[in-house]
Design a protein around this ligand. Sequence first.
Ligand code: URA
Length: 443
Amino acid sequence: MLDVYDIIAKKRDGLTLCAEEIESFVNAFVRGEVPEYQMSAFLMAVYFSGMRDTETHALANAMAHSGDMLDLSELGELTVDKHSTGGVGDKTTLIVAPICRAAGLTVAKMSGRGLGHTGGTIDKLESIPGFKTNLSRSEFYDCVRKNGIVVAGQSANLAPADKKMYALRDATATVESIPLIAASIMSKKLAAGARSIVLDVKTGSGALMKSNVDARALAHQMVDIAHRANRRCMALVTDMSRPLGNHVGNSLEVLETISVLQGADADGDLAKLCVQLAGAMIHLAKGIPMEEALGVATDALESGKAYEAFRLLVASQGGDLHYVDDPEQLEVGGATHRILADRAGFVEDVNTESIGRVARVLGAGRIIPNAAIDYGAGIVFHKKSGDYVQKGDLIAVLYAKDEEHLSLGIKQSRDLFTVGDVCPPAPPLIHDCITADDLYDWD
Ligand code: URA
């Protein structure tokens, strides 16, 4: 007999719950037998008392099994997935998924929409006219069986316990708990079925985890959950103290994606990070050494095979290829504002979350889940932190659909881009790599 009071009290007192207790509690909550006030008390108890690794795994597992568990076993051992904890200008899935497909992996990925200052893969893909992300289960399977690549929105019945619990966490100030975040993210990854999972855990001013210590702790817990669930997994802790790449905003990020897939800016932060993430996925799935996997990823990008895989992804999900072949046709905001350097010197570091907020008020993002967005809004950087500029040089351009949105963006970006005498130190692209056994040393 489930004693909900006892479970909450045990967690409040810092005791360890067993898997059966956690599973019964989550299942009873999903069935509506545990009221929201008791789940809220449990979440607050976890917030303060934390969880042991065995408990975090049991929570993720129970949440995953609360809905559909995708069975990708018929597709073999090379199924891969990735997750990013989110950031500003993070369009890596749009590049990494095609690289992996070109390298012979099977990419079956469910992604989310943007919220707050961060963007979402699904919004970016939907900025390509015709691109369908709302796939039925059979459409999802058909795409991946036929083409070896699919990127869709999360199905309604994927980890329903997470949806209910996240809504409560949002209302009870319990989102910022590392075990709850780890279980929430990994419940969806476990349910989505891929054998190998690479986690891109962002750290810095534009990330969910602002400190390296927290980002590492989250990465460890998620890798641990995956390994206990018998999935191959590694996490890269990557920098989000600066926006990734030069474009922020949905159509603008698709434009940048296409240019990177066509070979532009191969030494830029975006292309380099995508090769590392894809390399990690190839390494895990194929079991080849990391150095060799990085070579395979680089070749897939440089040879144009990844670009062809992106075209395949777009075409197979109904996207109009004219926009890929001629990306200048993509909708970009007609109202623009140029930000110029007011003196000579180095572009100083900018709070990346503030940049995400500027993009949001321009129309590129939302505060309320599923609210409409403006695909053409955003920011293009012509200079980034650490670049030297002369007075009058163009630093960035803001894009919005009309003057009203543009003026909001201008107001929020006032004093954001400053020029000083000291060149700010460049952060590393990858701060850390966490595997089950730390096989690969990034130094
Ligand atoms: N993303 C998720 O999916 N869950 C969290 O708890 C936080 C970020």
